[in-house]
Each structure stands twice: as C-alpha cells, then as structure tokens.
Design a protein around this ligand. Sequence first.
Ligand SMILES: Nc1ncnc2c1ncn2[C@@H]1O[C@H](COP(=O)(O)OP(=O)(O)OP(=O)(O)O)[C@@H](O)[C@H]1O
Ligand SMILES: [Mg+2]
Length: 277
Amino acid sequence: MAVNGRPVIDSPAADTPSAAAPFYRAVGDEVEVFRAAARRGLPVLLKGPTGCGKTRFVEAMAHELGKELVTVAGHEDMTSADLVGRFLLRGGETIWVDGPLTRAVRDGAICYLDEIVEARQDTTVVIHPLADHRRELPLDRLGTTLPAAPGFQLVISYNPGYQSVLKNIKESTRQRFVAIELDFPPADIETEIVAHEAGIDGETAGTLVTLGRAIRSLDGSPLREVSSTRMLILAGGLVAEGLSLRSAVRAAVVRVLSDDPDVVRALGELADAVLPQ
Ligand SMILES: Nc1ncnc2c1ncn2[C@@H]1O[C@H](COP(=O)(O)OP(=O)(O)OP(=O)(O)O)[C@@H](O)[C@H]1O
Ligand SMILES: [Mg+2]
C-alpha cells in the first residue's frame, strides 16, 4: 500500500492475526534505504529523538522482510558478554549460552541494538567485524569466529540529542553503517499516526499534533526533550479513555516534560491557547 507515493506498512489478511504487520507510516525514503541495505547485508545506524518511531520502523521492516527481530536495550552496565554469551554452571556442568547478538548472527535475524552507545566502549568493539565485509563475530571465550548467517543484519540506534553518544561510536565504526535519520513526521502524517495509534478522531489528533509542534518550536526551550509522537499518542489514549483533552494533555504532556514549576506553568498556558475552549 502507498500513500502519496510513500509506502505504508499495515496489517495483512485478517485471518492471520499473529502475522499482523506493525503499522508504520513512512515519512521519507527510510523504507527504500532499509530495503536496499538489507539486500546488501549492510548495517544500519538509526538516528532520531526519543519517541519518533525508530523501534516501530525496525519492527515493521523485520516483518516486511520476514526476518526474526532480536532487540537488545543498551544500558551502562552492559558488557560484551551480555551481547555475545557466557559460560554458565548448570547442574554441575559448565555450558555455553549464546547472548542475543550471537543468536541473531547464527539465525540470520535482524539484531537491533537500541541505544547501544549507553554501553561501555568495549561492548561496541564486538560489533566491528560484523559491521564490515567480514560479517563475522569473534567468540573469544570459545576460541572461534562465527560467520553471520545469510539475512543477518545489524541495526543500531541512538538519539543524537544525548551528547555523549557521538564520541562513543568510533568513527571507524560509524563509517561502516548506512545512516537513516528519523524525525517527527510532518503534521498531516503525524495526525494520522496519532489517530490510528490512540484510536481517536482526526480532529482531536490534529489538535494534539498542533500542540506538539508548538512545543517543539519553542524558542530557547529549557526542555531536554520535546513532545514526541509517542507522548501525543499517550495523551490521545487518555482521551479515548474518556478524559477531557485538557486533562489528558496535562497528564501526558505538560507534567511529563518538566519538573520546573515555571516551565510546567508556561507549557500549561501554551496548551490552553492551543486547545479548543
Ligand atoms: N512513522 C510512524 N508510523 C507509525 N507509528 C509511529 C510512527 N512514528 C511513531 N509512531 C508511534 O510512536 C510510538 C513511539 O515510537 P517508537 O517507540 O518507535 O519510538 P523510538 O524512536 O523507538 O523511541 P525511543 O528512542 O524512546 O526508543 C510507536 O509505538 C508508534 O505508536
Ligand atoms: Mg525505541
């Protein structure tokens, strides 16, 4: 299916509910770029602010390509063993247990390393040989190297708003990746997404999107992150549950974005100006 020449990935036949495609509304050429990268087995670097659709995009692409998706959430205590695997003691025996990356490499899955840069640098080093023509994973503890099965694809994401990130992905690593930049969609597409995901009418979704965009365009904003598509969907969900638009926006947007009483008050006033009385 395509809208304005851009693909929309949506649920297939209703008689196969378990195979339902995640709803993803393309914004630019990201679907075509991902498909081409997948055909070449190239790793993809996905950039974009929180709640702009990175995870949903990868889920939709994995479904379209018929590949298993292995998602790993990066965190600061993550070690390379968490990715690759480790020896464990089971019933008096020492056995090797694959980590999620190793499993994806063996199975030819898409391995989505979400916010991998949160992890220590030695963790990201293990992906280097996977991210170039070698397509292999060294399993130092086993003394072997595992070639990636056909179909294996590495996807990493990060939020360029968090500054520590760039210095954490080595330049030599970055340059092996095809980069896709996602951002909040244009108003008409975002309205469609919010209406679809929250289960609300287009007019209410449009109001939420107008507010979201007003917050995003605030000059000299003291906010660390702006109002995301996810946040607008949450507000819409509260409206679908019977809350007034005003309460929903207060609960899911205004109070969430800041703890500073002055900022919260200013955001509340902005919301009052945008929302219908
Ligand atoms: N283009 C889109 N098509 C369909 N749904 C979308 C799209 N963009 C965002 N969404 C909706 O917004 C929600 C949040 O997006 P998602 O979880 O993919 O964000 P993210 O970029 O992965 O955020 P984070 O960096 O916090 O993990 C999704 O669950 C989905 O409902
Ligand atoms: Mg995500």
